[in-house]
Design a protein around this ligand. Structure first.
Ligand SMILES: *Cc1c(COP(=O)(O)O)cnc(C)c1O
Length: 427
């Protein structure tokens, strides 16, 4: 597989390099130089999730990895389902929260972990260092847990993530170390940056960021769009509209890639909260990010979505006009109102999925079938959901289990020397 840097098309890398490096020069994103074509998508849709996903990912990765290797990676990564559920007539939810950390990030995170293990030099050390404000850290921790040749260090701001989230990834032990930093999320991010800027340290412990722009994540996410369509009754597949709750726009990029390689999708809708840089851009043609506003759909509190250049590139290559993309933005009050409406319909949702559901309903035309992505389990946002619905929702088994375990985090100050000592001690 060849990929090029969107900031410098001359810089070309293999899948392995793109996975190891994450970003190209000038922080440029990597993009596939060729998109595979499937002439018989119906036959592909007939296959089971793991076989079909192996076929799709092998077609992208090409000869660089044997298809048995890809098959093993997919089998290890996708050990849970992505079911669709009817919510009301002609509208379905795609539930992407049945993995170990109850959010769609498990798909990308786990395939990235498998990819990194597959393409790393056999004798090299790898230490994954990342900062998190919640979801990403949990997905990364669980994805790499038990891979003994890879150490993981995750920083988070002490007391600033929900206790439930903290329990989910700070109770694992083994090759996963978590550090509660006396500081803010920005402090954690700048500590990570300092570590990557320290060439000597980077080499000594084999630093890798495994961050959200890694191409392996996006490729993995293509697979559940196919899985959703495969579950739809055949007569509902032709006029399909998919609404995607979006923050950094990786999920939507994967959906558009699925369409680009042949998945029948009539239209996508980019759904955001009030951090609406993209909806405003699609409406006015002006890219004018505003300061980020905190909302109850906080995984989408992003005003500079880092995957957007990939969407522009894909549309350019396919000759798709940006005006073909649907869009909409929803505030907290409307999100709460929609959650209550959905409960009336008999479907318990959480804020991110509810935003997509609302905009989908507003824009779905007669004769179209709607699908919206449920990116997290409602219990992951228990405080908010309980308050809006006046309920006390149950914790699903993985959350309940971790909630009862002891926290193993180290506590450190916002101090680079202390971080260095941690990175050396986990080797
Ligand atoms: C990360 C996340 C999103 C946003 O996904 P992007 O790919 O960044 O657009 C939406 N919902 C939840 C629950 C998330 O964790």
């Amino acid at each position: 597989m060849k990929l090029y840097n969107l900031k410098d098309h001359q810089e070309q890398v293999s899948f392995g390099q793109a996975v190891r490096q994450g970003l190209g020069s000038n922080q440029g994103l990597f993009f596939p130089a060729e998109l595979p074509a499937f002439d018989n998508v119906d036959a592909l849709l007939e296959q089971d999730f793991v076989s079909r996903s192996t076929a799709i990912l092998s077609a992208f990765i090409g000869e660089e990895l044997a298809s048995e290797t890809v098959s093993q990676m997919v089998g290890n990564a996708f050990q849970f389902t992505a079911p669709i559920k009817p919510v009301k007539d002609g509208v379905y939810a795609l539930e992407l929260f049945h993995g170990p950390t109850l959010a769609f990030k498990d798909f990308g995170g786990r395939f990235m972990a498998q990819s990194l293990a597959a393409v790393s030099e056999s004798d090299g050390k790898i230490t994954i260092l990342t900062a998190t404000s919640g979801d990403t850290g949990a997905a990364v921790a669980h994805a790499f847990y038990g891979m003994d040749n890879i150490k993981v260090v995750i920083l988070y701001p002490k007391g600033k993530i929900s206790p439930l989230q903290e329990k989910l990834f700070c109770t694992l032990g083994g090759n996963i170390s978590t550090v509660a930093v006396n500081g803010t999320f920005d402090d954690c991010q700048s500590l990570v940056k300092q570590a990557f800027d320290d060439a000597e340290l980077r080499k000594e412990v084999g630093l890798n960021s495994a961050n959200s722009i890694n191409i392996s994540r996006l490729l993995a996410q293509i697979c559940y769009y196919f899985e959703a369509v495969a579950q739809l009754p055949k007569e509902k597949r032709e006029e399909l509209v998919i609404a995607v709750p979006s923050g950094n726009f990786g999920n939507l990029t994967a959906g558009l890639l699925a369409k680009a390689i042949g998945l029948p999708v009539k239209r996508f809708i980019a759904a955001t909260n009030v951090n609406d840089t993209v909806p405003r851009y699609l409406q006015t043609g002006n890219w004018t990010p505003e300061p980020t506003v905190p909302t109850i759909s906080n995984a989408m509190d992003v005003s500079q979505p880092n995957n957007w250049p990939r969407i522009e590139e894909l549309c350019r290559l396919k000759g798709w006009g940006l005006e073909e993309l649907g869009y909409g933005a929803v505030n907290d009050e409307q999100t709460a109102e929609t959650l209550r409406e959905m409960e009336q319909e008999g479907y318990l949702c959480e804020p991110h999925g509810a935003i997509a559901y609302r905009i989908l309903n507003e824009q779905l035309a007669e004769g179209e079938t709607g699908l919206f992505l449920c990116t997290a389990h409602p219990a992951k946002f228990k405080e908010v959901v309980d308050e809006i619905l006046g309920k006390d929702i149950d914790l699903p088994a993985p959350l309940a289990k971790h909630n009862a375990m002891e926290l193993l985090s180290l506590e450190r100050d916002n101090d680079f020397e202390q971080l260095k000592a941690v990175l050396r001690s986990v080797q």
